[in-house]
Design a protein around this ligand. Structure first.
Ligand SMILES: NC(=O)c1ccc[n+]([C@@H]2O[C@H](COP(=O)([O-])OP(=O)(O)OC[C@H]3O[C@@H](n4cnc5c(N)ncnc54)[C@H](O)[C@@H]3O)[C@@H](O)[C@H]2O)c1
Ligand SMILES: N[C@H](CO)Cc1c[nH]c[nH+]1
Ligand SMILES: [Zn+2]
Length: 432
């Protein structure tokens, strides 16, 4: 991995480079995605079948688009029983963590007769996209579906592209079954997003679409936003490690590679105060890479977005981490909790040498759908709130309104909205 002394100039170049990975920079696919969405809007199921044949090389029809109970049973025959048990344990952790996020409706009655409150209800129907192109991610099924379940969403549907044989990855099906998905449809890409946003003969229109996917999926979600709610536009995975001279270089190297293997555009960055650690990590990275199955992808992503940045102090490391606002941030320093207090922007923070990033990807419980491309400055991890909607409650008694009616009339008149003022005043005027 290249080792770079951090300067104002190298930082500027790095930040600009990282931003190029955002789906917002892939405008060349936007017109193709817009055409797919329009075609699905007009053509419904027939358009879906034709895109499935074109992109997934699979002949699909209305009788086979929905996954059957028999297909789920078949999946259980194919997947190792130990893996099924692990998915169940992981699901229990994810559910328990997300249950802590639940908020109840609240009402605040006052002695003067006012009641203000917030009525909180789940959305009625959620649609989860699960990638199925290059690799299957049963963990992402759990991470997207369980917060919706905890929120109390009544109907959760899922779409995922079929293989050429018309089948869905068995691990994906079992994860969906464990998490409690109601319906699974075999369709992928932008066409799946359009189907969930607008509805087709087979696929219901949903209120919110969540889930990761490739550039066609990301741009389709962006284009459908407004017709339907979405979680976020996820970009390629990112890991940032802050480490000092106390860190174990093997652990740092292994953790950087864990995210580099996701994608050629994934970023893996170490910020350290120790030149010795930097050199050791670089050696350990080379040792590990030689034996990893996704070596080609890893080498490309390290070549594209792999950096070891040398800084003069941990404060400089924290400032830089806050500017990068990484999806994942590991802190491997003498006092990780002290360091954590200096971090403002990160999707998830992993503290200490036994909290390596894949713990969060698979098992600990917090969501692995996290803001990427610097959006941790203003976005949060996927959570139960994403599947809840709120309605304000306002109730005043006559005496309560009487006390303040002139204030409201004053406000309305100053905005030139006399009908607003009148709607308050009329309640306190004597009728002729
Ligand atoms: N951030 C996360 O939490 C997370 C988790 C899992 C996966 N991911 C990411 O999701 C992505 C999955 O991508 P994938 O491709 O493997 O699966 P995918 O399911 O997102 O995409 C496959 C679909 O893309 C469409 N497609 C392919 N080529 C096309 C073309 N030329 N024109 C129009 N549509 C086309 C097809 O319809 C196909 O069904 C990866 O980038 C992975 O890193 C992210
Ligand atoms: N690290 C990914 C999010 O950036 C999520 C994931 C799924 N499987 C393994 N990892
Ligand atoms: Zn991962």
């Amino acid at each position: 991995m290249r080792i770079v002394k951090l300067t104002a100039e190298s930082k500027k170049g790095l930040l600009e480079d990282l931003l190029q990975r955002s789906p917002n920079h892939y405008g060349q696919y936007e017109s193709a995605v817009a055409e797919i969405i329009e075609t699905v809007k007009k053509g419904g199921d027939e358009a879906l079948f034709s895109y499935t044949e074109k992109f997934d090389h699979c002949k699909m029809d209305a009788a086979h688009i929905r996954v059957t109970r028999e297909e789920i049973d078949e999946a259980y025959q194919k997947v190792d029983a130990d893996f099924v048990e692990v998915m169940k344990k992981s699901a229990a952790n994810i559910r328990a963590f997300h249950e802590k996020q639940l908020r109840n409706s609240w009402f605040d009655p006052k002695p003067d007769g006012t009641i203000l409150g917030m009525k909180i209800l789940p959305i009625a129907i959620a649609g989860v996209y699960v990638p199925g192109g290059k690799a299957a991610y049963p963990s992402s099924v759990l991470m997207n579906v369980l917060p919706a379940k905890v929120a109390g969403v009544e109907r959760i549907i899922m779409t995922t592209p079929p293989g050429a044989d018309g089948k869905v990855n068995p691990g994906t099906l079992i994860a969906a079954h464990i998490a409690g998905v109601d319906e699974i449809y075999k369709v992928g890409g932008a066409q799946a997003i359009a189907a969930m946003a607008f509805g087709t003969q087979s696929i219901p229109k949903v209120d919110k679409i969540t889930g990761p996917g490739n550039i066609f999926v990301a741009l389709a979600k962006k284009a459908c936003f407004g017709y339907v709610s979405i979680d976020s536009i996820a970009g390629p995975s990112e890991i940032l490690v802050i480490a000092d001279e106390t860190a174990n270089p093997r652990y740092v190297a292994a953790d950087l590679l864990s995210q580099a293997e996701h994608d050629e555009l994934a970023s893996a960055i170490l910020i350290t105060t120790s030149k010795t650690l930097a050199d050791q990590v670089s050696i350990e990275v080379d040792r590990f890479v030689a034996n990893l199955s996704r070596r080609e992808i890893i080498e490309k992503s390290l070549n594209n977005y792999g950096y070891i940045l040398l800084v003069d102090s941990l404060d400089e490391a924290a400032d830089t981490a806050n500017e990068i606002a990484s999806e994942h941030l590991e802190i491997l320093t003498k006092d990780p909790f002290a360091m954590m207090t200096k971090i403002r922007n990160a999707g998830a923070i992993f503290l200490g040498e036994y909290s390596s990033e894949p713990l969060g990807d698979y098992f600990a419980g917090p969501n692995h759908v996290l803001p990427t491309n610097g959006t941790a400055r203003f976005f949060s991890p996927l959570n139960v709130n994403d599947f809840l909607k709120k309605t304000s409650i306002i109730s005043y008694s006559r005496p309560a309104l009487e006390k303040i009616h002139q204030d409201i009339e004053c406000f309305a008149e100053n905005e030139g909205l006399t009908a607003h003022a009148n709607s308050i005043r009329v309640r306190f005027e004597k009728e002729d």
